[in-house]
Design a protein around this ligand. Structure first.
Ligand code: XMP
Length: 515
């Protein structure tokens, strides 16, 4: 039986992935394609519905992004969002113009609750607006189903044809009843039943991995991050001992991280019955990094050294049939492949896999999943919360959170400070609210006083940011009580630290990591 699919047709809007995630949260599978994709190819996917995204252009400009107008008469329901709504009106004979007044931000919208799209939505509801153009006149056959004080046409529809368009963004959380609207579109308009569920995903994927791999051998680089942990767990469930996982301790991990990974995947721990190799490469890395201060050089050394260590292990294991990769859907979308190609992405967490490792084929069972879904799969296959909920951790590890030269002593300091920071953020109940947080070691030495003694010690920098996509981020408005407590614990409990800074900078102009 074919899986119900909704297609997001991307016109260059900043929320394309968010729309697909929201649809999947409604238990309907959703894929993203560029607006340039041939209609014939879209038709092959046999979608239940299509959603047009927003986009940066004006529909009436000569080079504006557009799709094949035949899409409107095909009979598959379409929801146009922002630019997508204007495009639909423009292509079907309505009028789009520069709005007399730009609308931006949370806006009260009056909706017609008789519409299938707005069923169960409050007649006055707060929506997120961001547009310079507006629909001056709906296309023939369309009725206005929502308006605002400044915008006479905030939504239009032609229910007989299954065509709907909204000027606002139902996918962003600022649109208070946006999820309900998307739910209404996929269920009321497209007639979906909701067959996209992670428990059935696990069942299906384990079965198909078994079939594909047969009695073959699989090699997997385990970084301890969410994606590679879930990947390993899924494979373990499917093929057990035919799987070998290599975990490299490069000495740049967070406190207790190695122990946690070994506890879940290591031999004799009862969770997974696989071949697990933990390589202690700490000294090798420290030796290579000695005296190196330039951030990019540090990254490069760590990436190259990983390849060497991994190659050595692969040689000892001998020829394998498959190499497992933790590619996930955003990697596929961001590489511009629209879910079609099999290009090997350079593995973020390990800085590129060796092309000299001998294998026949790649297995990438997570390539259709968003991060939230990967986490759900992790829970389904019995991974502990501390692995499933792990925040992003860069491949070069603590090396890019230690400004300047990396030494074992500095790693220890940053591990201890970071553990305190994480503990206190969790204790304050803020861990779900903040996207990424960590402690770093600056290369500042400053004068302090401890008891009656003068000290000349390190300054630790604390970072905590919120972000949707990690491309931009805001520094978290951290309560002083948390900062005060953490500062006092760090200077008391971590040797050689006498000063603590909180990084208030957003991205841009800063980046999330310090190097
Ligand atoms: P920046 O510092 O670029 O970080 O604002 C954005 C996100 O990417 C992570 N990051 C990395 N991840 N290898 C990785 O696997 C890297 O070299 C790397 N650099 C940054 C960072 O933790 C944040 O989540």
């Amino acid at each position: 039986m074919q899986q119900e699919t909704v297609i997001v047709l991307d016109f260059g809007g900043q929320y394309n992935q968010l729309i697909a995630r929201r649809v999947r949260e409604c238990n309907v599978y959703c894929e993203i394609y560029s607006y340039k994709t041939d209609l014939a190819k879209i038709k092959e996917k046999n979608p239940k519905g299509i959603i047009f995204t927003g986009g940066p252009n004006s529909v009436y400009l000569p080079d504006a992004a557009a799709c094949d107008p035949e899409i409107y008469s095909w009979g598959v329901p379409i929801l146009g969002i922002c630019y997508g709504s204007q495009l639909m009106m423009h292509q079907l004979g309505g009028k789009v113009d520069r709005a007399p007044e730009r609308e931006y931000g949370k806006t009260e919208v009056m909706v017609n609750t008789e519409s299938k799209l707005f069923e169960g939505v409050s007649p006055k509801t707060i929506c997120w607006m961001s547009h310079n153009d507006y629909i001056a006149q709906p296309a023939p056959g369309f009725a206005i189903s929502a308006h605002t004080a400044n915008c006479p046409v905030a939504a239009v529809e032609n229910p007989e044809k299954g065509l709907y368009a909204v000027q606002f963004h139902p996918e962003v959380l600022h649109t208070q009843e946006g999820t309900k609207m998307l739910h209404n579109f996929v269920y009321n308009v497209c007639g979906c039943k909701g067959d996209w569920r992670m428990d059935s995903f696990v069942e299906r994927t384990v079965a198909s991995l078994k079939e594909k791999i047969g009695d073959g051998k699989v090699l997997c680089a385990l970084s301890g991050g969410v994606d590679s942990s879930v990947l390993a767990a899924l494979l373990a469930k499917a093929i057990g001992k035919q799987l070998t996982c290599v975990f490299v301790d490069h000495g740049l991990l967070r406190k207790d991280e190695k122990e946690q990974v070994c506890q879940v995947f290591g031999p004799g721990n009862g969770n997974f019955d696989i071949n697990f190799i933990c390589v202690d490469a700490r000294e090798r890395y420290y030796a290579k990094l000695a005296g190196v201060t330039e951030p990019e050089r540090k990254r490069k050394i760590i990436g190259e050294e990983f390849i060497r260590v991994f190659e050595e292990q692969a040689k000892m294991i001998g020829a394998v049939d498959y190499l497992a990769q933790g590619t996930i859907y955003p990697d596929v979308v961001e590489s511009g492949l629209g879910g079609e190609s099999t290009v090997i992405k350079s593995h973020h967490n390990v800085g590129g896999l060796p092309d000299t490792v001998d294998f026949k084929e790649l297995v990438e069972p997570l390539r259709d999943l968003f991060k939230d879904e990967v986490r759900q799969v992790g829970r389904e296959v019995g991974l502990p919360e501390y692995l499933v909920n792990r925040q992003p951790f860069p491949g070069p590890g603590l090396a890019i959170r230690i400004i300047g030269e990396v030494t074992a002593e500095k790693v220890k300091i940053v591990q201890e400070a970071d553990a305190i920071w994480r503990e206190e953020i969790a204790a304050a109940g803020l861990d779900k609210e903040i996207s990424q947080y960590y402690a770093a070691l600056t290369n500042v030495h400053s004068v302090g006083v401890m008891g009656d003694e003068r000290t000349y010690d390190y300054a630790v920098a604390l970072r905590a940011v919120t972000t949707i996509d990690f491309m931009t981020a805001e520094s978290y408005d951290m309560p002083w009580s948390v900062l005060g407590k953490v500062t006092s614990r760090i200077v008391n409990e971590v040797k050689h630290v006498n000063r603590v800074f909180y990084d208030c900078t957003g991205k841009p102009p800063a980046t999330i990591e310090l190097e």
